[in-house]
Every structure is written in structure tokens, then in C-alpha cells.
Design a binder for this molecule. Sequence first.
Ligand SMILES: NC(=O)c1ccc[n+]([C@@H]2O[C@H](COP(=O)([O-])OP(=O)(O)OC[C@H]3O[C@@H](n4cnc5c(N)ncnc54)[C@H](O)[C@@H]3O)[C@@H](O)[C@H]2O)c1
Length: 276
Amino acid sequence: MTQAVPNITGRLTGSTALITGAAGGIGSATARRLAEEGANVVALDRASSGARLAEVVAEVTALGVRALAVHADVTEQASLNAAVEHAVAELGAFDIVFANAGVIGSGLAENVTEEDWNAQIDVNLGGVWRTLKAAIPVLKAEGSPGSVIITSSSAGLRAAGGGGTYAAAKHGLVGLARAWAHELGPYGVRVNTIHPTAVATPLVMNDANLRASRPDLEHPTPDDVRELWSRGKLLDIGWIEPVDVANAVLFLASPEARYITGIQLPIDAGSTTKWG
Ligand SMILES: NC(=O)c1ccc[n+]([C@@H]2O[C@H](COP(=O)([O-])OP(=O)(O)OC[C@H]3O[C@@H](n4cnc5c(N)ncnc54)[C@H](O)[C@@H]3O)[C@@H](O)[C@H]2O)c1
């Protein structure tokens, strides 16, 4: 006798997700994955993402759900408030927030300028705080279970030399999420952070970052760093794909995770365990 296969399609039918950084690698993959499971999508990114954000919305709409592109900068509270207001007017209240927009930077402590520090903290930590400041009233008023998922990083659980500013912001997100899990629990809203290792997106798969890993090569390709990057992990891979992150977000957003809140979920091929 064969075992019944659980029906895992339509896991988010009836939900609407607000996704920041939706034009980027992880944000766009997650928009597609949540839409495949039936969620409507508010795709938010800064104005400079223009055409790419429109493409993501077109791809998501083609899956049969409703989607809306909204431009906002997570460093500007007023633009986020306006984006949330516009989204609710167009698609109704959202019950899922994926606070994911971020930038990367590096440098030894004594070389990081005040400007670099402020810019990174403002997007990576302040941007998530502002996103939720705008979104929490909607989640509280929604009156049905909600889920907030915040993109931290493996650098939000441990740190490497030369990445102090990024690690400070990403560790800070864990504190925010823990506090918000307390504040929103009584409203049935769960709050969790995810902690990906290197993901194949423009954020890390760019010339400067590849050259930093392989200064011995003039034009290193991803293949040239694969073995080096795999040394930090328990599984024999150099990096993960955006869909691997999207699948974890889907799980945390879905009713399957209905009693999971206040956790830090690594998606890292074992790197936190190896170095933690
Ligand atoms: N790629 C990785 O290896 C990796 C690993 C761990 C964590 N992360 C985190 O994942 C998140 C997504 O990164 P990604 O890899 O998809 O990078 P990405 O560069 O492809 O996407 C980031 C998106 O954020 C948007 N963004 C940046 N600043 C913004 C602002 N001020 N306002 C609104 N939007 C803004 C960008 O326009 C872009 O579309 C980031 O928070 C990043 O720190 C990435």
C-alpha cells in the first residue's frame, strides 16, 4: 500500500506577502516561491531597481496571483509608510512580511569610515526596523496568524575578521526579532530570522568579491572559488542557491511552522556548526 503524499500546493493561498529587496536574488526567488504556493505579493525595492522589479511582478502575476511593485527606500520611513498604505489599498492587508533588503560591506575596524558604518547600519539594521515599524500596525489589525521573516546571515550568528560592520547589523537583527517575537506573539504573529551562508546572487557573485577570495587570479569565476568556499561548510558545496533560502522562508511563512517563533534558522550547509 502506498502512503498518501501530503498536498503541498497552495500552502499560502489566501495570504499576502510584503517582500523587501524583491528585485534582488533572494527577494525575487522568494516572491516566485511564495506565489507558487498561492500568496499574493507586494514586491518592494528602491527606485533604482526599476525594470528588474517590474520583471519580478510580471513573473509572479503569470503564476496566477496578484502582485504589486512598490518603490521605497528602507532608509526612509516616510517612503515605507506610503508604500505600505498603497499596498493595503491595492491588495488588502498582508499577513507575511519578509524583511530582506540589504547591502554588504567589509573592512578592518580601523579602516571603516563613519560614512560606511552609518550607511550599512542604516540599511541592514535600521531598514528592517523601519519596515516593521510601518508593517506592524497592519499585522496587528489583520486578526489572523501572521509571520515575519527577517534575513540576517551566517554573519548574524558568528563573525569573520574584516566583516565587523555587517556582522554587527546582522547580529542586531537577532535582538530585534527576539523582542518582536515577544511583542507580536499575543497577536498570533510569529517572528524569526534566517541565516544564509553565501548565496549565488549579485551581492557576493561579483568581480570584487571573487577577486578578494582569489587575489592570485586576474578574472576569477565562481568555479575558481568553489573549493575555497566549500572549506567553511560541512557539506561539499561552495554556496547555496536563492531558492534554498526561498524554501526556508516559505516554511516559516506557512501554517506548517505555526508554533515556531523567536528562532534563528541557519541555511548554511553546516557552516555555523563547523565554526560556531
Ligand atoms: N547573497 C548572500 O550570500 C547572502 C548571504 C547571507 C545573507 N544575505 C542577505 O540577504 C539579503 C538579500 O541579499 P541578496 O543576496 O538577494 O542581494 P541582492 O543585492 O541581489 O538584493 C538585495 C536587494 O536589496 C535592495 N536594497 C538595497 N538597499 C535598499 C534600500 N535602501 N531600500 C530598498 N531596497 C534596498 C537592492 O536594490 C536589491 O534588490 C540581504 O539582506 C543580505 O545581507 C545574503
